[in-house]
Design a binder for this molecule. Structure first.
Ligand code: 76R
Length: 252
């Protein structure tokens, strides 16, 4: 049996994807819509205040393509708080005109592959802060869930820790060559959701997502072991941007 990798967990994560029922939304009268936008913005402002006292983080994005229209990412210290957030949103009038094509539950995770065995990373405040990250305020976000393959000779979980460490070192080197261009938040979801990890990437240029993910495809750990779920890409929304998205260009 090979030894399990040591992991460190931080804030819990809820990726809440929403699709807007535009027919339903447009059938409301303008004052109803205005009222719902007002209530939505109040709720969202409450969500984002957690960042002021570092009790979590919140981000909102417009998702491209047919898979979803909106993504709300919540990071919170406990699962109970994520549940509160879910109920609070679902009780708004706006939630009634949305459906949830996808969601993802996970927890911010750092693994010890690149940490020397005699070092306690939790004594490093910078490491602890990475477990409780404020979502980067970049213009673009990319999210996808993934697994490490368990098939015949390509079974990640049967490899020795030395072999896994060697591959993760190479992975980290590619990742770090994108320093300043792409920020990643890896969240672990074994036991919580259908895949083993959620990958959330943040950048001011969406091409960086394509280039980074493509380069990693050629790296051994992704080439041999990476299995990927659906990909989502989106643009960050300010409160005003969200309000515009819902109200601009609607006739009547
Ligand atoms: O060296 C270090 O300090 C951190 C090294 C590091 C680890 C341990 C690292 C760096 N990652 C780690 C763990 Mn990563 N990462 C992904 C994907 O599309 C694909 O092929 C894979 C999806 C991307 C794009 C990415 C980016 N990473 C992990 C894990 C957990 C594995 C485990 O425990 O078995 C997964 C699933 C994963 C997947 N990685 C980096 C990046 C980037 C940009 C970096 C460097 C920046 C940084 O350190 O934050």
């Amino acid at each position: 049996m090979s030894e399990a990798a040591k992991t460190y967990e931080g804030w819990y994560a809820y990726h809440d994807f929403r699709k807007i029922d535009w027919n339903k939304w447009k059938s409301l009268n303008p004052s109803e819509r205005q009222q719902m936008i007002k209530e939505l913005l109040e709720t969202i402002r409450e969500f984002s205040t957690v960042e002021d006292d570092r009790q979590g983080s919140f981000g909102q994005y417009a998702i491209l393509g047919h898979k979803a229209d909106l993504l709300f990412i919540h990071l919170r210290p406990t699962m109970d708080e994520l549940n509160e957030v879910k109920l609070q949103f679902d009780k708004t009038g706006f939630a009634d005109v949305t459906s949830t094509p996808y969601s993802y539950i996970s927890v911010v995770e750092l693994s010890s592959y690149t940490i020397p065995p005699d070092v306690d990373p939790l004594s490093d405040p910078a490491f602890r802060e990475r477990l409780q990250p404020i979502l980067p305020k970049t213009q673009y976000v990319c999210f996808y869930p993934m697994n490490k393959r368990r098939l015949g000779d390509d079974n990640w979980y049967m490899l020795s820790s030395e072999e896994r460490r060697r591959m993760m070192r190479s992975h980290g080197l590619i990742g770090r060559s994108y320093a300043g261009k792409v920020r990643q938040i890896i969240t672990g979801s074994v036991g919580f959701d259908d895949w083993e990890w959620g990958v959330s990437l943040f950048s001011d240029d969406p091409l960086n997502f394509k280039k980074l993910v493509y380069e990693m495809r050629f790296d051994e750990v992704s080439a041999r072991f990476g299995e990927f779920g659906p990909f989502y890409v989106g643009c960050r929304l300010t409160d005003e941007g969200l309000s515009d998205l819902l109200s601009k260009n609607i006739k009547g």
